[in-house]
Design a protein around this ligand. Structure first.
Ligand code: 6GU
Length: 232
């Protein structure tokens, strides 16, 4: 079954623009992934198509209303297909490669609710959200980039989305290590030489060198990944 996403946003063009220009274009054309985008404004019922309103209790900024999200969700699920609903918010659980693998294994379409403005009416979470997800400890203006980050990360784990099937296996994070240094031609540039071992044709030595460099680099830059590896 193809991996399916339903994105609900007030900026559908942001999602379309990336999907049609990236490596994911082929994946959608080949029906390896299926991304549908819904305009939140289409699920408003007032004549001004309002998606946000002033916060009860006062304070700065606007709050996204509950009804449009609720209506959009109900419209989606009326087809009877199982869905897992993710709300993109900096307050969510941090997305990582492990969560991407979990999403890939779900036999449900994944709904990505993109928030904007200062926040979302808490009742959206109570009524329709299964998991709140963040992509890191910084604040964006909206959930559209996070939605694309998730679609991109999960999609490239699907068979045949990447040209070379091995390339998502032997890479950064899949082994819990950063990737080893890579080189391509020329063998020397501005006095900088490609390590001899890579030109040696000795595949055992090359494998050893790469493993050593991956560990060295991880220890230097991301020791937390090594500790995580031994702790589980
Ligand atoms: Cl999911 N949303 C917003 N607005 N900012 C973020 C984020 C999400 N993840 C990290 N920063």
């Amino acid at each position: 079954m193809a991996l399916g996403f339903d994105v609900i946003t007030i900026f559908p063009q942001i999602i379309h623009a990336y999907l049609k220009l990236s490596i994911l274009k082929k994946a959608t054309e080949g029906n390896l992934i299926d991304v549908k985008v819904y305009n939140l404004r289409d699920y408003t019922t007032d004549k001004h198509r309002m998606v946000d309103d002033y916060p009860y209790g006062g304070g700065p900024g606007m709050v996204m209303k509950v009804e449009p999200f609720y209506n959009a969700y109900n419209s989606l699920v009326s087809d009877g297909v199982d869905r897992f609903v993710v709300l993109l918010t900096p307050q969510g659980k941090t997305f990582n490669q492990e969560m991407a693998l979990e999403f890939r294994e779900r036999n449900e379409r994944i709904v990505l609710l993109c928030g904007r403005y200062e926040g979302i009416d808490e009742r959206v979470k109570e009524l329709i959200v299964d998991e709140e997800v963040s992509i890191g400890d910084y604040v964006l203006t909206g959930g559209e980039l996070p939605a694309l980050v998730i679609i991109d990360t999960v999609s490239r784990l699907m068979p045949d989305v990447l040209g070379d099937n091995e390339s998502s296996v032997d890479e950064t994070f899949s082994m819990g290590l950063l990737e080893y240094p890579q080189y391509t031609r020329p063998p020397e540039f501005m006095g900088l030489k490609v390590p001899d071992v890579l030109l040696s044709g000795n595949h055992n030595l090359i494998r050893q060198w790469r493993m050593k460099e991956a560990v060295r680099r991880t220890l230097k830059r991301r020791p937390d990944l090594l500790y995580k590896k031994t702790n589980n």
